[in-house]
Design a protein around this ligand. Structure first.
Ligand code: GTP
Ligand code: MG
Length: 238
């Protein structure tokens, strides 16, 4: 029984062989080699996740102790499977070498942080970004500038040092910081997008647009109620 990713990889190998004027065996051999190297490298990305997760946990626990509520509701991490990494590497422009793939794919390690309020999402981002050992490589603010489909979230690519026995590895980690309402919408949209691929019926599209508007409205209302819980503005931003 073949996995859908494996099928997609087979098609992509054919496409790439055609594009690069190589035969499929050569592309497959290269893929196998890169695959094996990433199997070994995977652990480093997991360490990157562990480092970021610890930083977030420290912020959460410290804040909880000092104030009476937690700005962070939950944290989820995921390490991209080597199969989906190979699929994305074949699908995107660029060489099929470990070095080139690592340079163009920044979501091998992922951390998703769900916050209570919009201001908390920015607060978490600011707190992490200001840490000296953490380098921000990219920021995409889909809260201020939602995607055309209504997707909202704050995306950061950060690079974190991982101390190994022989050297320091700087590992990029994709952070998605969002509110509960944004998360609810995104997970529903993701399931629909997966089920319907590119062919979402217009009536569902309209429902989803409306749901995005309601989620945004809910965040605004909650932000107003937040003032009642804790009158002072969020630390970091005003
Ligand atoms: P990739 O999505 O990884 O190809 O990179 P990108 O450069 O398009 O990055 P972007 O910041 O737009 O999205 C990165 C991740 O955010 C995705 O892998 C998803 O997890 C999430 N995301 C982005 N857009 C959407 C969206 O429209 N719906 C949902 N549910 N998730 C999204
Ligand atoms: Mg991605």
């Amino acid at each position: 029984p073949s996995h859908p990713v494996q099928e997609r990889v087979r098609d992509l190998v054919t496409a790439r062989a055609e594009r690069d004027a190589l035969d499929e065996e050569e592309v497959t051999a290269r893929l196998r080699q890169v695959y094996d190297e990433f199997m070994a490298l995977r652990m480093h990305y997991q360490f990157g996740i562990d480092e970021v997760q610890t930083k977030v946990e420290i912020l959460r626990k410290e804040f909880e102790q000092m104030h009476d509520y937690s700005p962070i509701e939950h944290v989820r991490t995921r390490l991209k499977s080597v199969e989906s990494l190979m699929e994305k590497a074949l699908r995107t422009e660029g060489d099929m070498t470990v070095r080139a793939i690592r340079a163009r794919i920044h979501d091998i390690a992922g951390v998703r942080i769900t916050c209570s309020f919009v201001a908390d999402a920015y607060w978490v981002a600011d707190m992490l970004a200001s840490q000296q050992d953490l380098e921000v490589l990219q920021v995409k603010d889909y809260i201020a500038n939602p995607k055309p489909n209504g997707y909202r979230s704050l995306h950061l690519i950060v690079q974190v040092p991982v101390y190994l026995s022989t050297h320091v590895e700087h590992v990029p980690v994709e952070l998605q910081i969002r509110t509960i309402a944004m998360d609810f919408w995104a997970s529903t949209e993701h399931k629909l997008a997966y089920k319907y691929e590119k062919n979402l019926p217009p009536e569902l599209r309209a429902e989803l647009d409306e749901a995005a508007r309601v989620a945004d409205e809910l965040d605004r209302r909650m932000e107003r109620l937040r003032g009642e819980i804790r009158p002072q503005p969020a630390p970091g931003r005003s």
